[in-house]
Design a protein around this ligand. Structure first.
Ligand code: SF4
Length: 362
């Protein structure tokens, strides 16, 4: 078992203290009670934060001035904000109270449905060390507290264009920060808060099998996306060290159990890397692996990484891979990386900012 595994198991020891944004109404009621306030004030604070999205206490007009003065909302600071040329995607680099930097992405559809999806980070850095991922190359710094996760969503929520979907696919492995991720989900779907539907939330995992079983038993209708990226254990273990602990067969069993328990079709993420996992034989192996399972495969041409040996395949190769899967009866779609012009893949903006700062003379 690799040394970094300890981070995953003992992740709760690296989670910062609870913030106001990470508290449920009943917890806020108890808190304001200790200040000598009436309990209902706690629910008002929750509604100001999560329903109205007011993060500045001085603007919480439902509260008396004396209470506004008592409140301090721990918030991140915006370091950079980039907008894609098509105007549909924007990306935020945020600095947390202790200097850690994380990313959040807003993706809007051009369709009339007005869908606004926010991709959130759950950890500063990541311990999973997937070779094709910029964040994985940074290593792990700490878990995010639930309020730090929810704040990423609230930052993009506007009265005229509300957030409709949230995907836990940003920096970090959400299931390695299980408790705070689940708390964030329950805050996002809370009837007194943002009221997102659980079915509009998707959580992506590199394959922490015990936590997938645990999630299945939570009674939530959250979508599950599994980062597969290879159809055999030898290659997957090279690309994703987590596979040495929980190989493909165990992972697929857990996905099947998740589907049976929740009724939600599992999706598989498969990053296409030229001459690594994009051959006809790879497509056939993937089709055999997923044959008979009710699932969907998202094929994602690789984003640029630090590793010069990894490249995206040509579009014709990607299309051929997709066609082969479909012919074999496996539902598959090529997912074009939105916002490539704004470094929208996980970890890229943080890396670019680091380089920019290093390039500026002291
Ligand atoms: S792909 Fe996800 S799990 Fe793997 S290193 Fe990157 S952030 Fe971590």
């Amino acid at each position: 078992m690799p040394a970094w595994w300890g981070h995953v198991w003992h992740s709760s020891s690296v989670t910062p203290p609870r913030t106001l944004l990470g508290m449920f109404p009943h917890e806020l009621e108890e808190l304001v009670g200790t200040w000598g306030e009436r309990a209902y004030r706690g629910r008002q604070i929750f509604s100001e934060l999560h329903r109205r999205g007011v993060l500045d206490p001085s603007l919480m007009t439902d509260l008396p001035v004396r209470l506004r003065r008592c409140i301090e909302v721990t918030r991140s600071e915006e370091v950079r904000r980039l907008h894609s040329l098509d105007g549909l995607t924007s990306k935020l680099l945020l600095r947390l109270h202790d200097g850690q930097q994380i990313e959040a992405v807003e993706m809007n559809t051009a369709r009339a449905d007005g869908r606004k999806t926010i991709c959130v980070s759950t950890q500063a850095g990541c311990a999973m060390a997937c070779v094709f991922c910029v964040t994985g190359q940074f290593g792990f710094a700490r878990n995010l507290e639930a309020g730090e996760i929810v704040e990423q969503v609230l930052r993009f929520n506007e009265p005229s264009h509300r957030v409709t979907n949230v995907v836990f696919m940003g920096m970090g492995e959400p299931l390695a920060n299980y408790d705070e991720t689940l708390r964030a989900i329950r805050l996002l779907i809370h009837p007194e808060g943002l009221r997102l539907g659980a079915r509009r939330i998707t959580l992506s995992t590199s394959g922490l099998v015990p936590q997938i079983h645990r999630l299945a038993a939570e009674g939530l209708q959250v979508g599950l996306a599994i980062s597969l990226h290879a159809a055999n254990d030898e290659l997957r273990s090279r690309l994703m060290p987590v596979n040495r602990r929980w190989p493909i067969a165990e992972l697929l069993d857990a996905a099947e159990a998740y589907f049976k328990q929740t009724g939600r079709r599992v999706s598989y993420e498969y990053t296409l890397m030229a001459d690594m996992n994009d051959s006809d034989a790879d497509a056939d192996a993937l089709a055999r692996l997923l044959a008979g399972r009710l699932c969907h495969v998202n094929l994602i041409p690789l984003n640029p990484t630090e590793d010069p040996s990894l490249h995206a395949p040509s579009m014709s190769r990607a299309l051929a891979f997709e066609a082969r899967l479909r012919r074999a009866g496996v539902a598959a779609t090529i997912r074009i990386n939105r916002g490539r012009d704004i470094l929208a893949a996980c970890g890229q903006l943080r890396l670019s900012e680091k380089r920019r700062r290093e390039a500026v003379p002291a």
